[in-house]
Design a protein around this ligand. Structure first.
Ligand SMILES: [Zn+2]
Length: 134
């Protein structure tokens, strides 16, 4: 028996379309859950929690990197920028956001930029220390 995931009508095993509502039955696996490739397609380009987190962390990281670079006296903010960037990047890599399009990719790129900005500011900071104390 092949129960229709839309209307619950019990169709034959060979049925491709539901004889009650006419929808395609093989779009779903027999246990009623969406087939794995469908789940993957759904995640693609959608704003899930991981994408949003890495986008927010990336943007916040970039803002702090920018403050650190441009605002006089706020240079120490590069630490926050770097931390946000690395957290966002970890989130993006852990959830394989770089394999996605749209929000996932945006989160990965923003976090990567924030991390690179944070690293550059760290290097500038270290260089500054060396110049001051040399
Ligand atoms: Zn049906």
């Amino acid at each position: 028996m092949h129960t229709c995931p839309y209307c619950g009508y019990p169709n034959n095993d060979e049925a491709v379309y539901c004889s009650q509502c006419g929808r395609r039955l093989d779009a779903f696996s027999p246990n009623g859950l969406p087939a794995p490739n469908q789940t993957a397609k759904k995640a693609d380009g959608k704003a899930d929690l991981a994408s949003v987190s890495s986008i927010v962390l990336g943007i916040v990281g970039l803002i702090f990197d920018g403050f650190s670079f441009f605002a006089e006296g706020l240079w120490s903010l590069f630490i926050i920028g770097l931390i946000c960037g690395v957290l966002g990047l970890c989130c993006a890599i852990r959830n394989k956001l770089y394999k996605q399009k749209g929000y996932g990719m945006a989160g990965f790129v923003l976090s990567l930029l924030a991390t690179i900005g944070g690293v550059i500011m760290t290097l500038l900071f270290v260089l500054g220390l060396i110049l001051v104390f040399a």
